[in-house]
Design a protein around this ligand. Structure first.
Ligand code: GLN
Length: 506
């Protein structure tokens, strides 16, 4: 029974289609796996056994009734707790939303329900998606399945760890500066940030609206493509939603898996691979490049000079937008309400007491940063300059696309660091996203694919970036790389992860 959890989502879908397993059986196997190992991993904030099994039963009944079902129907999934789930608590990893029960589903959640993917539970995350380690969750950190003493990345460490620990074959994440790709990189999973606007943001609790994007996490490229196809598409409820057909991502993944990347031009970003990048990371990255060359892709070095200012621009734009977005948590409309200890309970004093108690230190830091960057007298110098840098970064990408089809770099400069190691040093934590942030600033799509283990035995991620709307390239190149690597390794990388202790503490 537990072997079912080791299969890919595509293989699970095939079993269901052939009638060799049921969604109830698959869902129960994952709930059992969660029960056994999530005490040690803590990928989930909440599991939804009754909901998931009821959805699984409905999927099985629909199949039995001969309904024409989407490919992934009946395959269970985990959802980051930043996405609104109707009638089911959604906390964003924050105390301030501890008791918030949304009255509606995020569009992507609605799509999961329509496509009949049972939702196993809501995954842990840094509070309001601010962080790179999941340590900023108000509900305790998630642990990396490769080494429980290490971080699973962030902010979507819960989704990546759930997939990496075989607690779920698929998960949804959100990526504002790297929160899908960096956790995927450090857990040996695959994570995709689609083109800005490709997937609806309706019901995604906003962090920085011009950067946020929902995307898939899975254990291989084809599974992420299949999930991408489920969640993408136009949504009139999101005014930044692209109104055009979803690219043929599944077909692209299959092309890539068949090794078809001949003639593709791959640009290596010169600015992403120097100081701060670990030797093991650079070593695996270079080997992966040679595999792509062996398959007939051409590689050349490309310079993106403004990328070196991306982190600075991001840490002005993101907090500015976040400080404005998080103003809605005013103690009146949502979640927590705290009365002040002293003095009368006025609107202001209740709001102040609630925000003081409800937000964690990292969220407060960013609200203050953003409010400062937007304040009169500083706006042009900070927010205005950052927007100009954003334009320069977009131009770097535009220039690059003249010469190459995709750009590549390591996803994360290092492998998973130790829990606690960077918690008191925000700048060190921010550097984890140096390679992923330019992608959000330009609105282009990016994927992280595992490319081996560094000298410390921990996974390394290979990032592929494509022009806006060319998400299919991610899956083609990613698929080709994955197929070549799996052949070299004699099986998927995750098969080499150590066994997890069962029955650990919750
Ligand atoms: N780690 C980055 C940050 O802390 C990115 C977060 C994200 O993508 N949500 O802002």
């Amino acid at each position: 029974m537990s072997d079912l959890t080791r299969l890919s989502a595509a293989a699970m879908a095939e079993l269901l289609a052939k009638g060799e397993s049921s969604s109830v059986e698959l869902t129960q196997a994952h709930l059992d796996r969660i029960e056994a190992v999530d005490g040690a991993v803590h990928a989930f904030l909440r599991t939804l056994p009754e909901v998931a099994l009821a959805e699984a039963r409905a999927a099985d009944q629909a199949r039995a009734a001969g309904e024409d079902l989407p490919a992934l129907a009946g395959v269970p999934i985990a959802v980051k707790d930043v996405l609104a789930t109707k009638g089911l608590a959604t906390t964003c990893g924050s105390r301030i939303l501890e008791n918030w029960i949304p009255a509606y589903d995020a569009t992507v959640v609605r799509k999961l329900r329509q496509a009949r993917l049972p939702i196993l539970g809501k995954t842990n995350m840094d509070e309001f998606a601010m962080g790179s380690s999941t340590e900023h969750s108000a509900y305790g950190p998630t642990h990396n399945p490769w080494d429980l003493e290490r971080i699973p990345g962030g902010s979507g460490g819960g989704s990546a760890a759930a997939v990496g620990a075989f607690e779920a074959p698929l998960a949804l994440g959100s990526d504002t500066g790297g929160s899908i790709r960096q956790p995927a990189a450090v857990t040996g999973t695959v994570g995709v940030k689609p083109t800005y606007g490709a997937v609806s943001r309706y019901g995604l609790v906003a962090m920085a609206s011009s950067l946020d994007q929902v995307g898939p996490v899975a254990r291989n490229v084809l599974d992420t493509a299949m999930l991408h196809a489920v969640i993408a598409g136009h949504d009139p409820k999101d005014m930044t939603s692209l109104n055009e057909p979803v690219p043929a991502v599944v077909e692209a993944a299959r092309l890539g898996l068949a090794g078809d990347v001949k003639g593709l031009r791959v640009g290596i970003v010169r600015e992403l691979g120097g100081e701060g990048f670990g030797q093991g990371v650079l070593g695996r990255f270079a080997e992966a490049l040679r595999l792509l060359e062996d398959l007939g892709a051409t590689t050349l070095e490309v310079s993106c000079p403004s990328f070196s200012s991306a982190l600075g621009a991001y840490y002005l734009i993101m907090p500015s937008e976040a400080s404005s977005n998080l103003a809605r948590f005013d103690s009146i409309r949502y979640g927590l309400r705290v009365r002040p200890e002293n003095g009368p309970a006025t609107a202001e004093s209740v709001m102040a007491a609630t925000r003081a108690a409800g937000f964690g230190p990292e969220v407060k830091r960013r609200i203050i940063l953003g409010t400062y960057a937007l304040s009169a007298g500083y706006y042009d110098a900070y927010y205005g300059s950052a927007q100009k840098v954003r334009t320069l970064i977009q131009r770097d990408f535009e220039n690059a696309w003249q010469d190459v089809d995709v750009l590549v770099s390591p996803t994360s400069p290092t492998t998973a660091f130790k829990l606690g190691e960077k918690l008191d040093d925000p700048l060190a934590m921010y550097l984890a996203d140096v390679a992923t942030i330019p992608v959000n600033l330009a609105g282009v799509p990016g994927i992280s694919v595992p490319c081996g283990l560094a000298e410390d035995g921990l996974p390394v991620g290979f990032q592929i970036v494509a022009p806006a709307r060319a998400d299919a390239f991610l899956y083609q190149v990613g698929g080709a790389l994955e197929a070549a690597l799996v052949e070299r390794w004699g099986g998927p990388l995750l098969e080499r992860a150590p066994a997890l202790p069962e029955g650990g503490r919750r």
